[in-house]
Design a protein around this ligand. Structure first.
Ligand code: ADP
Ligand code: MG
Length: 302
């Protein structure tokens, strides 16, 4: 189990993380979310031992993770980290990159292991391709496979699908997260994409203003987002009478005392997002059909 106790960290004199406490159990999937600049990447690097803490402790079971002041070679066998900007060896093949840290002592096993990982990241047809000729998204997948090669106990992923296009993203996400669950590998995923969280994460931690704003089960946070920041992560929302109401919860009815005027209508695929004026405030709601600008409507909320 990973235990983070009273962790504080600054770059020079600028505090980025202040007094964080959380745990990740074996095989558990934790998502770290927060706005750009909130310190997600910094937190992953700190957990990996890239920097020295101002104060606090990071433990994996009974091993304390130490920064460069106390540990000359960054990294541990039980933990792998895939950075937002990954560094691969460009002049060798995909297969060679993935197998780079696997022993040559059992060539057959090495071959099998590499083939299995190529399947997980859906790169089997590219095994003999030189990395320098791959796209950004393909490189990101090679970096993921390489981090998994030696079967870590915990893996830290920084926006793991950020370079991967929508065509591949869904299936790759399923394949990777399924692999991690099946092999009881704990993972911490920094992301700003709700699709990386919903359906996969066991817990979700929101970073805001250097601290953990909330740490809970995604379903709980979705149903009861305690702050606008958390709600905004899940989608379009309104604050009406001091309550957070998602756009999909606000509905058009024949009669109510929430009277609004349609301002704009956005086609969203299986629904339309309607922007309306409610007593001088802009509100958003979802509707099956398009609505004309200027139309007077009545709304209801749960
Ligand atoms: P996120 O990943 O959530 O976007 P980061 O962890 O990258 O956030 O950055 C958090 C804050 O730390 C930002 O204000 C950023 O400018 C600052 N920062 C990041 N890396 C460094 C660094 N190496 N030196 C100084 N400041 C940094
Ligand atoms: Mg980042």
């Amino acid at each position: 189990m990973l235990q983070v106790k009273n962790l504080s960290f600054s770059y020079n004199k600028t505090t980025i993380l202040k007094n964080l406490n959380f745990k990740v159990k074996k095989g558990e999937h934790l998502s770290i979310i927060g706005e750009s600049g909130s310190g997600k990447s910094t937190l992953l690097k700190v957990l990996y031992g890239e920097y020295d803490l101002d104060s606090g402790h990071i433990l994996w079971d009974n091993t304390e993770i130490l920064g460069p002041k106390f540990n000359l070679v960054v990294g541990y066998d039980f933990m792998k980290y895939v950075a937002q900007e990954f560094d691969l060896m460009p002049f060798i093949t995909v297969e060679e990159n993935i197998g780079k840290f696997l022993s040559n002592f059992y060539p057959e096993e090495k071959q099998q292991r590499t083939a299995e990982l190529l399947e997980v990241v859906e790169l089997t047809p590219f095994s003999k391709t030189k990395v320098k000729t791959l796209s950004g998204g393909q490189k990101q997948r090679v970096a993921l496979a390489r981090a998994l090669a030696k079967q870590p106990e915990i893996i830290l992923l920084d926006e793991p699908f950020s370079h991967i296009d929508n065509f591949k993203k869904q299936s790759l996400r399923r394949s990777l997260f399924k692999y991690l669950k099946t092999h009881h590998i704990s993972c911490i995923v920094a992301t700003h994409d709700k699709d990386d969280v919903l359906g996969y994460a066991d817990r979700m931690l929101v970073l805001n203003d250097k601290q953990i704003e909330v740490n809970d089960i995604p379903e709980q946070l979705f149903k009861n987002p305690k702050t606008p920041l958390t709600a905004s992560f899940f989608g379009e929302f309104n604050v009406i009478n001091n309550r957070i109401v998602y756009a999909h919860q606000l509905k058009l009815v024949n009669k109510s005392n929430l009277k609004a005027t349609v301002k704009h209508c956005y086609f969203k695929g299986h629904y339309y997002l309607i922007e309306a004026d409610l007593n001088g405030d802009t509100v958003f709601f979802e509707h099956d059909g398009a609505l004309k600008t200027g139309k007077e409507i009545s709304l209801t909320m749960p």
